[in-house]
Design a protein around this ligand. Structure first.
Ligand code: HMG
Length: 307
């Protein structure tokens, strides 16, 4: 079976949309990052051409203290027109805080694994859907777009294998509730190309392909291969994190998202347009790496900056 039809992908004049996760998924595990550094990161990402930036999350500060300054971040950033500044909101309380901080849009986050749902948001999948209903109603009333995440689409840190039918079921519920796009999360970065394709094909039977995004962590170094394998199924939205920052506090050992620089380099090389200036992006990643005193998680940025 041919996993990748490169000639088809290279001919495509499509634009790919990248949702930048560095300031949220990337920093939610990092302690003591000054608010000013988060703001500088977000502003430099917008300068590099990113149009969709997840800027923080309005979750319980007892659960994830690293994101407790999200309101300050959203209120203090210099916004660029045409850039969406998004925030995670697990419930109505989070939504109200995000609204007050003028998030351009919000995201609800569910899971295809009961155990992960319980550990991440302290309720079952069904309870989480119940919690999302009033949030969706409020968002509609305020005209705020809502994105939906489904975690553990290629495996769960507590349950192992997850049925793709369950991924498709939860995705369809979030889509039918009114989420404008469903982001499919390989939370622990365990997937491989054939599995990723099968999962995406199954979900696309219930949610239109142009309403799906892929959110692959790179723990096992498979994220770029998985995206390449999924590209010619028609998916055109990918979540990634500058310098490969991050990980989920409820998925022990999971590393960050695929590095945005590595994704952009591959897409540009294939002829896709992203609107992103790779050199500026690499410098944005380098600045936050220096702040965090860590090595750059992007191979492309490391190579570019060594020139
Ligand atoms: C969902 C809850 C809040 C339930 O937590 P809970 O303890 O069940 O909630 P509760 O309603 O019983 O409230 C408990 C306390 O939290 C407060 N509270 C309640 N809600 C909020 C809020 N929104 N903002 C601020 N405070 C809040 C509430 O006011 C109360 O305060 P107290 O009376 O004890 O002082 C909790 O489990 C939580 O915050 N979880 C966050 C988990 C998280 O952030 N995980 C990481 C993001 S998900 C992810 O990374 C995966 C993703 C999206 O990237 C995709 C992928 O890779 O798979």
């Amino acid at each position: 079976m041919s996993l990748v039809n490169l000639s088809q992908a290279a001919d495509a004049k499509d634009r790919v949309s990248i949702f930048e996760m560095g300031a949220r998924d990337g920093l939610q595990n990092e302690v003591a990052v000054p608010t000013a550094a988060k703001i500088a990161l977000i502003e430099s990402l917008a300068d590099a051409g990113l149009k969709r930036i997840e800027a923080g999350s309005f979750v319980s500060p007892k659960w994830v203290p690293q994101m407790a300054d999200s309101a300050d971040v959203l209120k203090q950033i210099q916004r660029q027109s045409g850039v969406v500044y998004s925030a995670l909101t697990p419930n109505v309380k989070g939504f109200e805080l995000a609204l007050d901080a003028k998030a351009s849009e919000v995201a609800i986050f569910g899971a295809a694994s009961q155990s992960f749902s319980q550990r991440n948001i302290n309720c079952s999948i069904e309870e989480s859907i119940e919690r999302f209903i009033p949030l969706m109603e409020l968002a509609k009333a305020h005209n705020i777009p809502v994105r939906g995440y489904v975690s553990c689409v290629l495996g769960c840190p507590y349950e192992g294998e997850i049925a793709v039918s369950e991924v498709a079921r939860v995705s369809e519920i979030l889509y039918k509730m009114g989420c404008y796009e469903i982001s499919l999360g390989d939370t622990i970065g365990i997937g491989t190309p054939q599995k990723a394709r099968r999962m995406l094909q199954t979900v696309a039977e219930r949610v239109p392909m142009d309403k799906l995004a892929l959110h692959f962590h790179d723990t096992y170094g498979q994220a770029l291969a998985n995206i390449l394998a999924c590209l010619n199924l028609g998916v055109r939205v990918f979540d990634s994190s500058v310098a490969g920052l991050g990980g989920c506090p409820y998925a022990k050992g999971a590393s960050g998202n695929l590095a945005t620089e590595d994704l952009v380099y591959m897409l540009h090389g294939m002829g896709f347009e992203t609107g992103i200036d790779l050199q500026k992006l690499a410098l944005a990643g380098q600045a936050i790496n220096t702040q965090l005193n860590r090595n750059n998680g992007s191979k492309v940025a490391t190579a570019l900056l060594a020139k």
